[in-house]
Each structure stands twice: as structure tokens, then as C-alpha cells.
Design a protein. Structure first.
Length: 96
């Protein structure tokens, strides 16, 4: 049977906190996504949607994590009003 999702691993580490307290917390987790995220990172970088590459990477990572949760929970009442808007937003993004 063919896999339907790509698997990824994220390591998130606090580097500096705005209140000056000691940073050091870490979060590590695996997740699945139906898209090839590295292909999307490359496509968005080449389209220069934002002024810098870092912003493009933050945008795509956040969007893809969020939309995958939305897809997996499409019948959740929390997303009821948001789903149509996200669908339109994704169509607009893909047209760039």
C-alpha cells in the first residue's frame, strides 16, 4: 500500500525571551503532511512573495501546519466559518 502523506520532524528551541528570563525550552515532534513541504518552500522562495526568505519560510511552515490540521479536522465546529475563507486564500496563493 502506498503512503498518502509525507512525514517530517521539527525541533523548536527557545533562544531568547523578550522579558529577559532564561530561555532553554525545547519542543520536538513529528507530523505528516500531504504536500512536499520542501518543494513548496522552494516555490515560495522563488516567487519572492515577501521581502526576505525567512518570512517566506515562516509563512509556509505556519500555513501548512495549520491547513493540515484543518483538513484532518474539517468537520470540527471550530473551523466551520474559517474553511471557506482558507479555501479561497489557498486558490489565491496558488495563482501567484
Amino acid at each position: 500500500m502506498e503512503k498518502r502523506n509525507n512525514r517530517y520532524h521539527i525541533d523548536l528551541k527557545e533562544l531568547e525571551l523578550k522579558d529577559g528570563s532564561i530561555a532553554g525550552k525545547n519542543l520536538s515532534f513529528e507530523f505528516e503532511n500531504h504536500d512536499d513541504l520542501f518543494k513548496i518552500f522552494y516555490l515560495i522562495k522563488t516567487k519572492n512573495l515577501f521581502e526576505d526568505e525567512k518570512t517566506s519560510l515562516e509563512f509556509i511552515l505556519g500555513l501548512k501546519l495549520f491547513t493540515e490540521v484543518l483538513i484532518k479536522n474539517k468537520n470540527h465546529p471550530l473551523f466551520e466559518d474559517l474553511s471557506p475563507a482558507i479555501s479561497e486564500f489557498m486558490k489565491k496563493l496558488k495563482s501567484y
